[in-house]
Design a protein around this ligand. Structure first.
Ligand SMILES: Cc1cc2nc3c(=O)[nH]c(=O)nc-3n(C[C@H](O)[C@H](O)[C@H](O)COP(=O)(O)O)c2cc1C
Length: 409
């Protein structure tokens, strides 16, 4: 895959499948030839992102997503890694992250392109695949993904559409590159043994996952979020951690387990998670999944669609939840902050609110794949400006302010 297509391969711009990428690339070359001066590298990425985004936004969001995965598949064979900035490196839950910016679950649901995403110079420090359920399932009826461009947001009600454990496992086993690839595990919609589905996920992916995420917070699988109630969660964590400990003994390695929670919990709900977590200590939390609330949206066209809202409008709510959990759990529990990260400043603010690492998805839809490099570069620049030997020094700087806010404003 050529340089341009490589740059564009995420987001709707991800959808710039190769032929499109080539067409846009040719048009861009012609323009460049006509108009001096030639733009700098970063400007070219931005120009390309904008052109690819215009094209991609004309497509149905799921079609754009499929095309982007296809483009990345063909890019798999070339691996170039950007030189890492040691100030951004972090050891979290025992894993060595080259930088703190990861791809959130939901983009690569079937583990088709994790190494292309982690290793092709996009800049991600880690990638989370899934949610993967034991058996393949189609998810909800289409249309089920909606863009809200005025809010830089997405609403999705996909419902864990995925190809199941076996298909993903085959792909993960076929290709290993030393990238940090987490596996997000969930339950089938018609499951009669939800705890068993998570345990099956741990057993199936133990030899390939860098870490696990137990997703108990998708709003699109009926009653899934009930697993966040205190006793239910405690029992679930007990079984998941027991399965992990058994596997650790037989594989000779301990794979960390994160719990991914919703941003729609009130103070009592957060207390319940903290109590369950303290009783059955997993290795960390991911905060948060999408929200079922619809606060202050400007884009009225799709605002009433059922599903989980992600992107910029989620930033405040998910960051308050993150800070409140950091205060409840103390400084030593690893937390990954997710929700509305779309700039170096928003990534840094998640860390100041208590996050060790961040993840993003919707930001790519609106800013293109160049976003990850811009965030990572911006975090390096911040270290330079503030004379930090390690970015982790900013963690918790604003935790009390964020934790004092009401969830939902
Ligand atoms: C289209 C779409 C699909 C998603 N699918 C999943 C999923 O399968 N499992 C999961 O844990 N989170 C899923 N998420 C939630 C994201 O991982 C993330 O928690 C959320 O979107 C907030 O981050 P963002 O604002 O950067 O998008 C999905 C999000 C989107 C937009």
């Amino acid at each position: 895959m050529g340089g341009l297509a490589r740059r564009c391969a995420l987001s709707p711009s991800l959808c710039a499948a190769r032929s499109v990428g080539r067409r846009l690339g040719e048009a861009a070359s012609a323009r460049r030839a006509r108009h001096a001066p030639i733009p700098c590298g970063a400007c070219r990425v931005r120009l390309f992102d904008a052109a690819a985004r215009r094209f991609a936004f004309a497509l149905d969001p799921e079609r754009a997503h499929q095309l982007s995965i296809r483009a990345l598949k063909t890019a798999k064979s070339r691996r170039t890694r950007q030189p890492a900035d040691p100030r951004l490196a972090a050891i979290v839950a025992g894993l060595p992250f080259p930088n703190p910016v990861g791809l959130a679950a939901g983009y690569d649901k079937n583990a088709e392109v994790p190494h292309a995403l982690a290793g092709l110079g996009f800049g991600f420090g880690f990638v989370e695949v899934g949610t993967i359920t034991p058996r393949a399932q189609p998810g909800n009826a289409k249309p089920r993904v909606f863009r809200l461009p005025r809010d830089r947001a997405v609403i999705n009600r996909l419902g864990f559409n995925n190809e199941g454990h076996e298909a993903a496992l085959k792909r993960l086993r076929a290709e290993r590159h030393g990238d940090i690839v987490g596996v997000n595990i969930g339950v089938n919609a018609d499951s009669t043994d939800r705890v068993g589905d998570y345990v099956a996920g741990i057993r199936a992916f133990y030899d390939t996952a860098s870490y696990f995420t137990a997703n108990v917070s998708s709003p699109n699988t009926p009653r899934l979020r009930e697993l966040q109630e205190r006793e239910t969660l405690e029992r679930l964590l007990e079984k998941i951690l027991a399965a992990r400990d058994d596997a650790a003994a037989s594989h000779g390695k301990r794979v960390p387990v994160f719990l991914k929670i919703a941003p729609d919990l009130d103070e009592r709900g957060l207390d319940a998670i903290a109590a369950a977590f303290n009783a059955e200590p997993a290795d960390g939390l991911i905060i948060s999944n999408t929200t079922i609330t619809r606060e202050n949206l400007r884009d009225r066209r799709h605002a009433k669609e059922t599903g989980g809202l992600s992107g910029r409008p989620l930033f405040e709510r998910s960051t308050v939840a993150l800070a409140k959990m950091r205060v409840r759990l103390g400084p030593h529990v690893p937390i990954i902050g997710v929700g509305g990260v779309d700039s170096a400043e928003s990534a840094a603010e998640k860390m100041r609110a208590g996050a060790d690492l961040v993840q993003l998805y919707t930001g790519l839809v609106y800013h293109g794949p160049g976003l990850v490099r811009r965030i990572v570069g911006g975090l390096s620049a911040m270290c330079e400006r503030e004379n930090l030997t390690n970015l982790a020094a900013i963690r918790d700087a604003h935790v009390d302010e964020w934790a004092a806010r009401r969830i939902g404003g």
